[in-house]
Design a protein around this ligand. Structure first.
Ligand SMILES: Cc1cc2nc3c(=O)[nH]c(=O)nc-3n(C[C@H](O)[C@H](O)[C@H](O)COP(=O)(O)OP(=O)(O)OC[C@H]3O[C@@H](n4cnc5c(N)ncnc54)[C@H](O)[C@@H]3O)c2cc1C
Length: 414
């Protein structure tokens, strides 16, 4: 049995940031990782994926991007290299190849079981990722068996797909990127679109993430957001880090020949039925885009930068076929593959502590798990601020949670 004061589960950027914070506070700990450092980026991301956050924003505690392309976007392989270097830089005590099968409450802390080993700790940090499983809607059960089904976790490249048409369900960052890539491979693509977030790559000469940062959007705290549940489930923006134009949005895809349809509602008798609300969804996304640009322009004025930046402007509304089909026969041979780009879920199935809510999510207050003193959660969307959804958000989150953990240990000692 191995005993340490704290155990961090997961050696992605969240677990490594936490390790650095614990070291800063001289809290002895180990980081247990089922694969290798940055395992998700090695095994669960498609090779052409690039971060949609710019390089300059890939900040972690004690680490700033120092390469020669701060405005570029890292391919997945560079994320692996960056995190591997970071683990060495911060001297993270990572044990690789250790899969945690159960975490239980035990006298004075927690007991963790992992392929034959047992670990004991007074505090445990769950940094096992928000995107470990695909979130596939129940309607998938009605897809005819002749059709190949894929998720972004199993997708690698278009060559892996059978010949024929592809229905991509979901138009967040993943859905629009994969719809574009598959379409460029020569396969006809239909993209089913529900609520989505449309953003330009740049506005007034600056990257959109620069605007999100300077306007304070990313710094908005979880306890000041009106509808936190909604904020935590917001689709990722229709952006890509791959070279291209201003937009990776529905207008761009439609102009290249991707067929855009409404939200997939149900599949009956092999026929997929799409919602008629596509135009409304697009209008809503355009409205929210303009609301954000208004906020950006107001910030530019109030910060005195208005004259230094190119003048404000607005983008044309989303342009799609107003007569998009409402049905598609999946058994007619036109569609060979359905790709579920419908989001991701965390996997905490190995947690043997009653901290899950009705929807299977961990109950927590900004990462401090409710009803389990000494248990912490990191790396979830809008965990403590809107930045928590992104890599750089782990810097502040890990700091706050390590401070809480430190106080918790001190109070136990007293
Ligand atoms: C497609 C996609 C694109 C993204 N693009 C961006 C982007 O452009 N910019 C950005 O900032 N963020 C992006 N993100 C969001 C986020 O940064 C990543 O999801 C990131 O990988 C999360 O880091 P993490 O350390 O919290 O979790 P992960 O990187 O998932 O790390 C969790 C680790 O825990 C390990 N683990 C899990 N279960 C166990 C267990 N039971 N026992 C032991 N180890 C375990 C895993 O092997 C893994 O190494 C993207 C996410 C996805 C899915």
């Amino acid at each position: 049995m191995t005993q340490s004061t704290a155990v961090v589960i997961g050696a992605g950027h969240s677990g490594l940031a936490m390790s650095r914070r614990l070291t800063e506070r001289s809290i002895d700990h180990i980081v247990l990782e089922r694969g290798e450092v940055a395992n998700s980026w090695r095994t669960q991301r498609w090779p052409t994926l690039r971060l949609l956050t710019p390089n300059w924003q890939t900040r972690l505690p004690g680490h700033h991007y120092a390469g020669d392309d701060p405005d570029g976007f890292m391919p997945a392989a560079d994320v692996v290299a960056t995190l591997t270097r970071y683990a060495r830089l911060v001297g993270a005590p990572v044990r690789t190849g250790v899969t945690i099968h159960t975490v239980r409450a035990a006298p004075e802390g927690f007991q963790l079981r992992a392929n034959g080993d047992v670990f004991r700790a007074r505090a445990v940090v769950l940094a096992t990722g928000a995107c470990s499983r695909p979130a596939i809607p129940g309607v998938a059960d009605a897809v005819p068996p002749s059709i190949t089904m894929l998720t972004p976790l199993s997708y690698r490249d278009p060559g892996q797909l059978p010949d024929g048409g592809v229905l991509v369900v979901g138009a967040s960052a993943t859905g629009v990127q994969l719809a574009g890539e598959i379409h460029r491979s020569g396969r006809p693509v239909t993209l089913a679109v529900g609520e989505h977030v449309r953003l330009p790559r740049t506005y007034r000469g600056r990257d959109i993430f620069w605007w999100m940062e300077v306007t304070g959007l990313l710094a908005e705290r979880y306890d000041q957001i009106d509808d936190l549940t909604r904020a935590r489930h917001l689709p990722s923006p229709q952006l890509t880090g791959a070279p291209g134009g201003t937009f990776s949005d529905l207008s761009t895809l439609a102009a290249h020949g991707v067929r855009i349809v409404g939200r997939l509602g149900r599949i009956a008798g092999g026929v997929a039925q799409f919602s008629g609300s596509l135009a409304n969804m697009c209008a809503l996304a355009d409205l929210k885009l303009n609301r954000f640009l208004n906020r950006a322009d107001e910030w530019a004025k109030s910060s005195g930068l208005d004259d230094e930046l190119p003048p404000p402007h607005r983008f044309p509304s989303t342009r799609i076929d107003p007569c998009s089909p409402l049905e598609l026969d999946l058994s007619g041979g036109e569609i060979a593959t359905v790709l579920w780009a419908t989001g991701f879920r965390p996997d905490h199935s190995w947690l043997d502590i009653p901290v899950l809510d009705r929807t299977g999510h961990i109950r927590h207050d900004g990462g401090v798990v409710t009803g389990a003193p000494g248990l912490y959660l990191l790396g979830m969307p809008v965990l403590r601020t809107r930045a928590s959804t992104y890599i750089h958000g782990a810097a502040a989150d890990s700091d706050a949670l390590a401070t809480h953990l430190h106080c918790f240990l001190s109070s136990q000692r007293r």
